[in-house]
Design a protein around this ligand. Structure first.
Ligand SMILES: [Zn+2]
Ligand SMILES: [Zn+2]
Length: 341
């Protein structure tokens, strides 16, 4: 079968012929139909420091995908051949204290599909039954391939009550853009997004942001004034990992405000903790998606009208993966779907 493989410990990815996986007793085999490219895949492509210390070589990458189940292992009973499915890419150990108390998203030894073990940028991929999410008709084949990042957006955005609140979304990557759609859908008053990328700021406005500001040329205080926000934001969703952003967030959060952190900083960042303490700010770190509470919430949001399809801006066939990564790296895109047929 064909798979997009990190074959060597250097920049690049290779579309290779590899052996088809055989599902273990507790696994299912999926014939992949659509996959989508994540920032994580770009890190692996570029072979940065994080990738070097995290990803074993050779490895088939890809953790955002959907397809059809074509084979099930002997101990599988919930999933059937023919099911249309998406996959939760974090495989929990099911035996640590957090797993046993129902907090699998906080498993102490999570394994990442397409990061630590072979992933879904392939004709076929084997995944534990526990990680399968069955799709219904409300989720089409393209949307089904971006549920992983949509889940990140849902998990982050719904961490705090947004009804009637002034929300600042920092970073207009695909997850930030989708968070705009969610915040606006659930009744936030202001949904202000900031970034440096004009293409993505435009797209964020189409997805539901009330204002999109370029952090290089516009001031957050001006956007606040325009949105009639007097002191600070009620809720901040940090999705950039940027040093400048992290430093300004806490100065622009309302007393008693809440901050959810999803963006991953590249380095240690000094923060003036006084801003947090004296303003009584609540901070929550976000990793992955709650299994499977986030997935059920995501599905309900979609079924009741949440529309994030505009975030998908490009489609390529798997053979054009080099071109797809080029567009992804340029930043002039939202989500990019690879058609794997
Ligand atoms: Zn991802
Ligand atoms: Zn665990």
């Amino acid at each position: 079968m064909k798979a997009l493989v990190k074959k060597e410990a250097k920049t690049g990815l290779w579309l290779e012929d590899v052996k088809e996986p055989k599902p273990l007793d507790h696994e299912v085999l999926i014939k992949v139909k659509n996959a989508s490219i994540c920032g994580t895949d770009v890190h692996i492509y570029q072979w940065d420091d994080w990738a070097k210390k995290t990803v074993p070589v050779p490895l088939t990458i890809g953790h955002e995908f959907m397809g059809e189940v074509v084979e099930v292992g002997a101990y599988v009973n919930r999933i059937k051949v023919g099911d249309r499915v998406s996959v939760e890419g974090h495989i929990a150990c099911n035996s640590c204290r957090n797993c046993l108390r129902g907090k699998k998203h906080l498993c102490v030894s999570t394994i990442g599909v397409g990061v630590h073990r072979n992933g879904g940028f392939a004709d076929f991929v084997a995944v534990p039954e526990d990680n399968i999410f069955i799709l219904d008709d409300s989720v089409d084949d393209e949307l089904g391939s971006i549920l992983d990042p949509l889940g990140n957006a849902v998990h982050t955005a719904l961490s705090f009550d947004l009804v009637g609140e002034d929300v600042w979304i920092v970073g207009a990557g695909p997850i930030g853009m989708m968070a705009c759609a969610i915040a606006s859908r659930v009744g936030a008053r202001n949904v202000i997004i900031s970034d440096l990328n004009e293409y993505r700021l435009d797209l964020a406005l189409q997805l539901g942001a009330t204002q999109a500001i370029n952090a290089k040329s516009q001031k957050i205080k001006d956007a606040m004034k325009k949105g009639k926000i007097q002191i600070g934001f009620d809720v901040v969703l940090e999705m950039s990992g940027s040093k400048a952003a992290l430093r300004s967030i806490f100065k622009n959060t309302m007393l008693g405000g809440k901050v959810a952190l999803l963006g991953i900083p590249k380095e240690e960042i000094a923060i003036d903790w006084n801003d947090i303490i004296f303003r009584g700010i609540e901070i929550k770190g976000i990793y992955g998606r709650e299994m499977f509470e986030t997935w059920y919430k995501m599905l309900s949001l979609i079924q009741s009208g949440l529309d994030v399809k505009k975030v998908i801006t490009h489609r390529f066939h798997k053979d054009e993966y080099e071109k797809a990564f080029e567009v992804m790296i340029s930043g002039r895109c939202g989500k990019i779907v690879l058609n794997w047929d």
